[in-house]
Design a protein around this ligand. Structure first.
Ligand code: FAD
Ligand code: NAI
Length: 454
């Protein structure tokens, strides 16, 4: 008899399994793929960041080094090596999770799981008896009618992580996170990249001022945007991909990346049959991640909330701590989001549009990287830091950063928000000079109208 059987070994499931085992529970984790780590490690966060890094270095060598007086000529890349390096990174990390399972005595079971009833999980011929079941089965790409994927010419992010040659013309459907990250990878390596987006803006949900500034920078890098265009058809015609929109735009390229969102994957688990409450494909849970059926819990991409690896991980820790100790919690107000383009786009908390919509009075302070000494020294002057604080209490309500290292800079702001800091708190903290982080301090000073360096 297990204390906990986890279904799915993505960042939600494997972290939950390890934490539960650390707390003394007898745990098994069932994964249908031969490698552990889920979407994130196998076909998501990690391989995309490996390619973003390689393509960024190539782009820097070709376009940025000369500004530092470094002469390089004959810069070339070998796509095969780049893809193999990415695969090695993935393999190392997925093997690493295997090691963590053995170290923590989590039993790994390979196979596709379904739930026979609360307390009983079926994997092939085997039936596991358990006190609790945790569903962490993640998500898969979603499509719309009219999108005909052949997974070669017209495919998803999974195919776009392994194109055998650089597309001449890559058409990306959706100006969301996947579209911009993978569009950047192939654009830097020489593809013409056209992004077709339904809305009249990129990156829905991101603070609009930041999204508009990011779009300008990406356009300067060569990315083409067709906004306000609803794609109604995407198909392969021989070796060509054809994309058509409701208003009559027609684009042709040699690769089409469909990146219009992801949906929870809960097929074949038997949840509907058991009567677990599901809303638009997502498993409904309470604040302890309990589904409507006693003994069955769910976390990660298959429940409501942002589809992010660190959100899934934190839920994994919280649910296991709840099962072992009766207490576990995730603060959804301070989950950061990062888009790993260059420059990066990072945010935590509420956008200006959200504050306006809710009628929350706020003050805003922003500071451009152009005025930051270290950014100048590094030749990384694009972007800004923007801090939104409550007009009366000065409590920080949101931080939005567009710029080099934005993904690292946001960590300070997450900590500040976790401790309910005011913008004055950030402004009074000593930030080392010269660092890019001084732009955060200056933006905090700007909330009170008193930045020093602008
Ligand atoms: P998953 O990682 O999807 O894992 C679920 C696991 O369950 C899978 O391994 C699956 O095989 C297994 N499974 C499903 N059904 C069964 C079954 N019946 N039996 C056994 N096993 C089963 N997020 C970030 O935070 N940062 C990023 O930079 C980032 N980049 C991304 C890039 C791309 C291209 C993509 C596609 C996603 C990216 N994400 C990123 C999102 C991130 O990958 C997901 O939010 C995260 O993986 C969700 O974790 P999870 O554990 O809920 O599910
Ligand atoms: P997304 O939700 O970020 O973006 C999808 C875009 O497609 C939206 O802008 C939407 O308006 C547009 N769209 C929808 N239908 C359309 C149509 N018919 N025609 C044209 N445009 C259309 O989804 P995406 O990029 O697929 O990513 C999926 C998930 O993966 C995200 O929720 C994200 O959380 C996660 N992810 C996170 C990353 C990170 O944290 N760095 C990186 C990659 C993915």
């Amino acid at each position: 008899m297990y204390d906990l059987v986890v279904i799915g070994a993505g960042p939600g499931g494997y972290v939950a399994a390890i934490r539960a085992a650390q707390l003394g529970l007898k745990v098994a984790c069932v994964e249908k793929e031969p490698a552990l780590g889920g979407t994130c490690l196998r076909i998501g966060c990690i391989p995309s960041k490996a390619l973003l890094q390689s393509s960024h270095l190539y782009h820097q060598a070709r376009h940025d080094l000369s500004r530092h007086g470094i002469k390089v000529s004959g810069v070339e890349f070998d796509l095969g090596t780049m893809l193999r390096r990415k695969d090695t990174v993935v393999k190392t990390l997925t093997k690493g999770v295997e090691g963590l399972f053995s170290k923590n005595k989590v039993e790994r079971i390979t196979g596709t799981a379904s739930i026979a009833s609360p307390g009983r999980v079926k994997v092939g011929e085997r039936e596991l008896e358990t006190r609790n079941i945790l569903v962490a089965t993640g998500s898969v790409p979603s499509f719309f009618p009219g999108m005909e994927l052949d997974y070669e010419v017209v495919g998803t992010s999974t195919e776009a992580l392994s194109y055998a040659k650089v597309p001449e013309h890559l058409i990306v459907i959706g100006a969301g996170v996947i579209g911009l990250e993978l569009g950047s990878v192939w654009g830097r390596l020489g593809a013409r990249v056209s992004v077709v987006e339904f809305l009249d803006r990129i990156l829905p949900g991101t603070d609009l001022e930041i999204a508009k500034a990011a779009q300008k920078i990406l356009e300067k890098q060569g990315m083409e945007f067709h906004l306000g265009q609803k794609v109604t058809s995407a198909r392969a015609e021989g070796a060509r991909g054809v994309v058509e929109t409701e208003s009559g735009l027609r684009l042709e390229g040699d690769r089409v990346l469909v990146a219009v969102g992801r949906k929870p994957f809960i097929e074949g688990l038997g949840l509907e049959e058991l009567g677990v409450k599901i809303d638009r494909g997502r498993i409904l849970v309470n604040e302890h991640f309990a589904t409507s059926l006693p003994g069955i819990y769910a976390i990660g991409d298959c429940i409501p909330g942002p589809m992010l690896a660190h959100k899934a991980e934190d839920e994994g820790v919280a649910v296991s701590e709840f099962l072992a100790t009766g207490y576990g919690h995730v603060n959804y107000d301070t989950i950061p989001g990062i888009v790993y383009t260059h420059p990066e786009i990072a945010s935590v908390g509420q956008s200006e549009e959200q504050l306006k919509e809710k009628g929350i009075p706020y003050r805003k302070g922003s500071f451009p990287f152009l005025a930051n000494g270290r950014a100048r020294a590094q030749n990384e002057t694009d972007g800004m830091v923007k801090i939104l604080a409550h007009a009366e209490t000065d409590r920080v309500l949101g931080v939005h950063i567009l710029g080099a290292n934005a993904g690292d800079l946001i960590a300070e702001c997450v900590v500040a928000m976790e401790f309910s800091a005011s913008s004055e708190d950030i402004a009074r903290i000593c930030h080392a000079h010269p660092t890019i982080s001084e732009a955060v301090k200056e933006a905090a000073l700007a909330v009170d109208g008193r930045p020093i360096h602008i």
